[in-house]
Design a protein around this ligand. Structure first.
Ligand SMILES: Nc1ncnc2c1ncn2[C@@H]1O[C@H](COP(=O)(O)OP(=O)(O)OP(=O)(O)O)[C@@H](O)[C@H]1O
Ligand SMILES: [Mn+2]
Length: 269
């Protein structure tokens, strides 16, 4: 007879680190005297862990969640290419229920961490816009699916590469994304054409912008239409990040540097 734990031991043997995703206090404490470095990846550092990587969204796709943690830890020089790590994540529900062994490699970088942490706009602004797009994707506009295009950061350059489709309802206002009232306004205006332009600090600069970026060298998945092309392309032409809700498939996608970085289904959030 062989004990199961002996065989599964391979999964964690000789790892260079343990990544704990959103552990409870008691779960975290069990690893206090561990002989390998422990990194906590969570929305908030409630366990006061060091090192810690802040998770802006509870990515439902486990690969996205792990990539975010690994890329964040690479950025903080906690791990490097060639390291093997064990990731303790919760797949069904919040509590960690699984162990995934990952070899850290430079070419596994998807840009998911960079998208939130190192965009022109503040990380909180990127997260707030994601939240609006997710909410809009879940509920639609009066029950009907709706699309929306948010161009976040580097607003001066974005304005220079776009033109108004209609009068700008945000012309003289000083309103910021993340404010619940503003989120209601964004949802209301999403029924109409064009893009929202949002500044680095989250100020809504304009609605109804028709983007006119050069689409040269833009690498976006086939099958996506003009909204996604324009959103993707403006992120190559400027330092903005684009967050796009598709009316046709209901997914939220993010583009940076002319590339699609992340794709999520609002129904999972
Ligand atoms: N260059 C652009 N700038 C701003 N908005 C645009 C631009 N091109 C298209 N749109 C907006 O996107 C809407 C949908 O266009 P289209 O169906 O071609 O895009 P799509 O990428 O297929 O998006 P969806 O998945 O939502 O259908 C248009 O009605 C328009 O409001
Ligand atoms: Mn379409």
């Amino acid at each position: 007879m062989v004990a199961l734990s002996e065989i599964l031991d391979d999964l964690v043997s000789d790892v260079d680190g343990l990544f704990l995703f959103t552990p409870s206090h008691s779960h975290y404490e069990r690893f206090a005297d561990l002989d390998v470095p422990t990194v906590v990846i969570a929305p908030e550092n409630t366990v006061e862990a060091e090192p810690f990587v802040e998770l802006p969204l509870q990515f439902q796709n486990v690969k996205d969640r792990i990539r975010f943690g690994v890329e964040g830890a690479m950025e903080q020089n906690i791990v490097e290419a060639g390291d093997d790590i064990a990731c303790n994540v919760g797949i069904f529900g919040g509590d960690p229920d699984s162990v995934v062994r990952v070899r850290v490699e430079e070419n596994m970088r998807s840009g998911i961490y960079d998208l939130f942490a190192n965009s022109r706009a503040d990380p909180g602004v990127i997260r707030d816009v994601f939240e609006v797009a997710i909410e809009l994707g879940k509920k639609g506009q009066k029950g009907e699916p709706v699309g929306a295009l948010f161009i976040v950061g580097d607003a001066g350059n974005v304005m220079n590469k776009s033109r108004p489709l209609s009068y700008n309802p945000f012309e003289k206002s000083h309103v910021y994304v993340g404010d619940p009232i503003v989120n209601v306004m964004l949802k209301e205006f999403s029924r109409l054409d064009g893009a929202f332009v949002i500044s680095d600090s989250g100020k809504i600069v304009s609605a109804y912008r028709y983007l006119e970026p050069s689409a040269e060298g833009v690498d976006i998945p086939k099958g996506l239409g003009a909204r996604h092309m324009a959103g993707g392309a403006i992120t190559r032409d400027t330092n903005a990040t684009a967050i796009v809700l598709s009316e046709s498939d209901g997914l939220v996608r993010a583009f940076k540097g002319g590339k699609m970085i992340l794709e999520i289904d609002p129904e999972d959030y």
